[in-house]
Design a protein around this ligand. Structure first.
Ligand code: 13P
Length: 341
């Protein structure tokens, strides 16, 4: 393992002004997104859609540091025969790959999940590295509800995250460690804070036990935020203040960077929260976005599967990428959104 090189990549992934495009929707998830815009989820449509994103020159060269791909995409070619991964490299962004294989029910823990995909992971990582991937992603899912999460769910998921991270570093790939505490419930922000604190502490304990080099990884957490169904919705300042406090308490400064998931926040909320956190700086790590929905909802709608809408889709993507790029430096203002509209 070359830790200097892992650290160089991890640092580039969270460079100020840039963040990560999570375009690694599994076939099931992208079908849901396409259903919402009335597009059939065929291999060709998935290719055309992602080619549109990766050919968005303004966004890709100025605001996107890396792209997380799904297995299908990393082996796919653009319409003209150029591998899609080459389009990403040519833009200056770093290609990455989702390597978990989704979730399964966790035995003895009703309603809880464990992320799978460790079997043969070492061999798969080798192939992805040869194809050009320089970082990977593994997402653990922790739900908040009555009596959950259990310590069992937190432990087994943290253990799997650390197993994955160690295998990545041995394969010279930077692991994005993503323990996602869902915002689906009716819990308030303080409950989210407590659960996320337990999850992050256990995750870093496992990372240390399994000898993962913190300098060569990126953390992808949820923010401390109210559950979507909570009657008590915390405002932007509270989310920013509590999230920064939580991360400072749990994430060692040796970690080069933190890149948030959007998790179901609206586009503008996800941007405003990141921006407000930077107003509380200086921070001990790079802090940016690794959004899926909050970067792609607008371009998906603008594109709607029509070739004549590609330019509009690219404009929508570039706008969200630029807004989040500014937020990653604390330089975003809501008036910039209105101007664009
Ligand atoms: P969202 O930003 O849509 O939550 O997706 C990010 C991601 O990669 C989840 O694993």
């Amino acid at each position: 393992m070359n830790l200097t090189e892992l650290n160089r990549i991890a640092t580039a992934m969270v460079a100020p002004g840039k963040g990560i495009l999570a375009a690694d929707e599994s076939s099931g998830t992208i079908k849901k997104r396409f259903d919402a815009i009335g597009v059939e989820s065929t291999e060709a449509n998935r290719r055309d859609y992602r080619e549109m994103l990766f050919r968005s020159n303004e966004a890709m060269s100025q605001y996107i540091s890396g792209v997380i791909l799904y297995d299908e995409t990393i082996w796919q070619d653009a319409k003209d025969g150029t591998p899609l991964i080459k389009l990403i490299e040519q833009s200056g962004a770093i290609p990455g790959i989702k390597v978990d294989e989704g979730t399964q029910a966790l035995p003895m823990c009703p309603g809880e999940l464990v992320t799978v995909g460790l079997d043969k992971l070492a061999e798969r990582l080798k192939k992805y590295y040869e194809r050009g991937a320089r970082f990977a992603k593994w997402r653990a899912v922790i739900d908040i509800g009555s009596g959950i999460p259990s310590m069992t769910a937190i432990s087994v998921n943290a253990h799997a995250l650390a197993r994955y991270a160690a295998l990545c570093q041995a394969a010279q790939i930077v692991p994005i460690v993503e323990p996602e505490v869902l915002m689906d419930g009716d819990h308030d922000i303080d409950r989210c804070y407590d659960v996320t604190q337990r999850v992050l502490n256990k995750t870093f304990q496992e990372l240390r036990v399994q000898r993962v080099a913190l300098e060569g990884m990126v953390l992808k957490p949820n923010m401390a935020i109210s559950g979507k169904k909570s009657p008590k919705q915390a405002g932007v300042e509270e989310v920013a203040e509590k999230t920064v406090r939580l991360l400072k308490a749990c994430v060692p400064a040796a970690v080069p960077g933190i890149a948030f998931l959007s998790g179901g926040q609206s586009d503008e909320e996800a941007t405003a929260h990141l921006n407000a956190m930077h107003k509380l700086g200086p921070l001990p790590w790079g802090l940016t976005f690794s959004y899926g929905r909050a970067l792609q909802a607008a371009p998906q709608k603008a594109w709607s599967g029509k070739a004549e809408n590609v330019a509009a889709g690219q404009r929508a993507f570039s706008h969200r990428a630029r807004m989040n790029g500014l937020a990653s430096k604390g330089e975003w203002q809501s008036s910039l959104e209105k101007k664009a509209a």
